[in-house]
Design a protein around this ligand. Sequence first.
Ligand SMILES: [Zn+2]
Length: 338
Amino acid sequence: MRNSLSIIILGFLVISCGTQKNSQTVIAKPTMPQVSTTKPELPVHKPKIEHEGGVDFFKENIADVTKNDNTASYGSIVSANPVGYKVVKTFFPAVGQNFRQKYIILHYTALDDDKSVNVLTQQSVSAHYLVNDLGDNEIYQLVDENKRAYHAGISAWRKDIMLNDTSIGIEIVNAGYKTDSSGMKIFPEYSEAQIKKVAALVKDLANRYMVAPTNVLGHSDIAPTRKQDPGPKFPWKKLYDDYQVGMWYDEAAKQNFYDTAVLDDYALQMTVPSFVFKIQTALRDFGYGINPNGVYDDATKKTVEAFQYHFRPQNYSGMIDAETWAILQALNLKYPNK
Ligand SMILES: [Zn+2]
């Protein structure tokens, strides 16, 4: 119908132009732009809506990956049902949209399997997913991905705060740390089965919601003065190497920073305000919620410790050394905070 209408209008325009061209008496006027009376064909790809059990679903990824624009759509479409009116979904999708799910935050429960389920379902804390330690192939979903779970608390990363609003929370069953006689925190291992589950889950989430590598984080990264989970036994490097999720530094860049560093006594440097300020600024630039003040205070020590849990798990003393400083600089080089 629309095509035949276009042909008729086009035909009319051709005839009009021909008539005008053949007329010798008409004085040339500036050409006015032709205004089309037909509705423009919108260059919008409309993904198919599928109906299942009375619920509508989009099942097609419509994201433009070249723009790194996460406009993909998955899952059920939740719509208003105003009395006396019909909500029309035909013109979906608008280009101006993205996912609310911007972060993936990993935790440990510091409880056993049964208690973890109990606390995370019956109390005021929750998470979207819970990874048990039973060696089976199940991952429990406790909260709809489109809804907010209460797992992050007071938190910050780069320009964002209160990350419950924008994150998917994953809790892993793990006993959490115990402090030894020297005051050192000792963290229990994760089982290999748990790591595989978490990695597969994070990969699925990161791919579907196009979560940036810089936004796959531990609870300790977004709340370093309060939290230690998932701790230094969580193998972030393995997730990066084997599953291509999250962040890791380039070894050569790290080595370069290490080699060019002035390798004097870092413990002494901690008393030099300008050096401490430099470290704090680098931590803040990377993403941590820290205010540079030139003093190696408790918040700074805990933030360095959180950084070490994630990127330098062999030594999480909370003190800066050449290795930690080189890794931090290599990460800021690779993942600049724009
Ligand atoms: Zn946590």
